[in-house]
Design a protein. Sequence first.
Length: 73
Amino acid sequence: MATSLAAILFTAVAAAASHAQAGNVDWSDAALIGLPATAGAVLGAWVHQRIAPRGAVLAFSLLLVVSAAKLAL
């Protein structure tokens, strides 16, 4: 898993740098998406360490059912 993450990290950094150099990055949009996503990842990791695995599976299952219902309607 760590090897895959490392490969993705280098690929993402190279692609982002290339697009930034070409002027294709809207930094305000990037911040609008990236900062909340980073905060959500940190918060999610913190919550995941504090709840039972079964609770996490049930919560995620409920999220999927609700999402599927909203898509179907």
